[in-house]
Write a protein that binds this ligand. Structure first.
Ligand code: XBP
Ligand code: MG
Length: 260
């Protein structure tokens, strides 16, 4: 089957948002609420095993603050904290705090120019996605994506396949027509569980040591002309960086079809 669409994860993949974006936004929301909770760079690495901001707060409370009394129903308390966190995160994006990863815009443009469809499958809150695309890529960038599948539209977050399945459903495409682009083991599991056989992993600061042996290709960066990407697993068939030709070759090999 021909390659028809690229489905991108957001956090860690389009931009390195976790350490200096989401993490300080959580901490700012904790401070607003008068809590003495502070998530260090190291602790946040552990907490990232749990995807979803609300789910992460709940996990932290259960594991690290078992005696804390929220003074209201737990789900409402977490939702309020998370709303504040999102406000802080959006403010940081609008201040231009988080650039897209090198090569992202180039690759998106290459795909768009030849009619390869673009989609997103992410755990984060939908507003965070459009704000990142607009603030770090340009006001038109959200419109390049035909589908933005994000956050609570599905019952179970990554590593469950639900969000990739939602993106495929909205695209109206079978899994074999798509390549998924991820940065984390949870994301890789999610894409594979949705039967997407071609998964490119571009590792990010928090995910470098995760197990990506079931990915099709693992690189350190997308790279670009004069800035080669380094292959950590799999092969790029001599290509210097991740471009559309490299993704087509990857897809045709993984799906056992001829390149057109
Ligand atoms: C991203 C996440 C999200 C963000 C925070 O995972 O796990 O929880 O850290 O976003 P992925 P929210 O890149 O695999 O989609 O606070 O908006 O949930
Ligand atoms: Mg990610």
């Amino acid at each position: 089957m021909d390659l028809a669409a690229l489905i991108f994860d957001v956090d860690g993949t389009l931009a390195d948002t976790e350490r200096d974006g989401h993490r300080p936004a959580f901490n700012a929301a904790f401070a607003d609420a008068g809590l003495d909770w502070s998530w260090s760079v190291e602790l946040y690495g552990q907490l990232l095993e749990v995807t979803g901001g609300k789910e992460r707060i709940r996990y932290y409370m259960e594991r690290f603050r078992p005696d804390f009394e929220p003074g209201q129903d737990l789900a409402g308390f977490i939702a309020d904290l998370h709303r504040r966190k999102t406000e802080h995160y959006l403010r940081m994006l609008r201040a231009g705090a988080i650039p897209l990863r090198p090569g992202v815009l180039r690759l998106l443009r290459e795909a768009r120019d030849v009619g390869i469809r673009l989609a997103i499958a992410t755990t984060t809150t939908p507003g965070n996605v459009t704000a990142l695309l607009e603030c770090s890529g340009g006001p038109d960038l959200p419109s390049w994506f035909e589908v933005i599948a994000a956050g609570d539209i599905v019952p179970a977050k990554k590593p469950s396949p639900d969000i990739y399945q939602a993106a495929l459903d909205q695209l109206g495409l079978p899994a074999d027509a798509c390549v998924a682009v991820e940065d984390s083991a949870n994301g890789l599991r999610s894409a594979l569980a949705a039967d997407i056989r071609t998964v490119l992993v571009v590792v990010s600061s928090y995910t470098q040591r995760e197990d990506f042996s079931s990915a099709t290709l693992v690189v350190d960066e997308f790279g670009g002309p004069g800035a080669p990407a380094h292959v950590l697993h799999g092969t790029m068939d001599g290509a210097d960086y991740v471009d559309l030709a490299a993704l087509r070759a990857l897809h045709s090999r993984a799906c056992g079809t001829a390149i057109r």
